[in-house]
Design a protein around this ligand. Structure first.
Ligand code: ITT
Ligand code: MG
Length: 210
C-alpha cells in the first residue's frame, strides 16, 4: 500500500471515522484512526473551544507519529440551553457517559427549563424543544512544517421530543432537519455528509489539501 494514501485521524469515534471514510475514499485515500495504532493514550480535551480541543488532539498525535494528522472536535449547541452542551457534548452526563446518557440528560435539562413544545417550528412539522446547531472544527497538523490549518462547519436544526432513526451517532436521533422532514439519524452517511457540520468542514479541508 502506498504510504501517502493513508490519512491519520486522531479519533476513536467510529461514527466520525465512517463519515470521513465516505468523503476520503472518493479521493482514493484510506483512513487510519487511533484504533489502528497501539499505545496511544487517551488525550485529555482540556481546551475551552472546539478549535483548542482539535488543536490538542491533532498536535499530540502528529508529534507522536511524525506524520500529518487530522483531528475533529465537535458538539451540539442548544439555543434554549445558552449553547450547552457545546465542548462538553461527549461528556455531558459525566466522564463515562455514553450517547444514551447524554441524550437523556439533554431532554431532562430542556424539560426543566422549557414547556414542550416550542412554537418556533412551522405547522406541519413534529413538536420540538429548541433550535440547535451541530458545530465542527477540524485541524490538520503538520509536524514537519510545524504548521496547522483550521476548518469549520455548522449545521442548523431542532431538538425533537423523541428519538427517530438508527444511523449516525451521538445526538443524531434527536436532531431534526425541517428541510428533510427527518432526523440526522434517518439520513444515510452520504446524505449526512452533504449537509452536516463535519461534511462542510471536511470538504473545505479536502478541496484545499488533498
Ligand atoms: O474525541 P474523539 O475521539 O474524536 O471522539 P468524541 O466522540 O469524544 O468526539 P468529541 O470529543 O469531538 O465530542 C463530540 C461529541 O459531540 C457529539 N457529536 C459531534 N458530532 C456529532 C454528530 O455528527 N452527530 C451526533 N452527535 C455528534 C457526540 O456526542 C460526540 O461524542
Ligand atoms: Mg473526545
Amino acid at each position: 500500500m502506498n504510504k501517502q494514501q493513508v490519512v491519520v485521524i486522531a479519533t476513536r469515534n467510529k461514527g466520525k471515522v465512517k463519515e470521513m471514510e465516505e468523503l476520503f475514499a472518493k479521493r482514493g485515500f484510506q483512513i487510519h484512526s487511533l484504533d489502528d495504532y497501539e499505545g496511544i493514550p487517551e488525550i485529555e480535551e482540556t481546551g475551552s473551544s472546539f478549535y483548542e480541543n482539535a488543536l490538542i488532539k491533532a498536535h499530540y498525535v502528529a508529534d507522536l507519529l511524525q506524520v500529518p494528522v487530522i483531528a475533529d472536535d465537535s458538539g451540539l449547541e442548544v439555543e434554549a440551553l445558552d449553547g450547552q452542551p457545546g465542548v462538553y457534548s461527549a461528556r455531558y452526563a459525566g466522564e463515562e457517559a455514553n450517547d444514551a446518557d447524554n441524550n437523556a440528560k439533554l431532554l431532562r435539562e430542556l424539560s426543566q427549563k422549557l414547556t414542550f413544545p416550542s412554537d418556533k417550528l412551522p405547522v406541519g412539522h413534529p413538536p420540538v424543544w429548541s433550535a440547535a446547531d451541530f458545530v465542527c472544527c477540524i485541524v490538520l497538523a503538520d509536524p514537519a512544517r510545524k504548521q496547522h490549518a483550521r476548518f469549520e462547519g455548522r449545521c442548523p436544526g431542532y431538538i425533537l421530543g423523541e428519538a427517530r432513526g438508527h444511523n449516525g451517532f451521538g445526538y443524531d436521533p434527536y436532531f431534526y432537519l425541517p428541510e428533510y422532514g427527518k432526523t440526522m439519524a434517518e439520513l444515510t452517511v452520504e446524505e449526512k455528509n452533504k449537509i452536516s457540520h463535519r461534511g462542510k468542514a471536511l470538504r473545505q479541508l479536502i478541496e484545499l489539501v488533498y
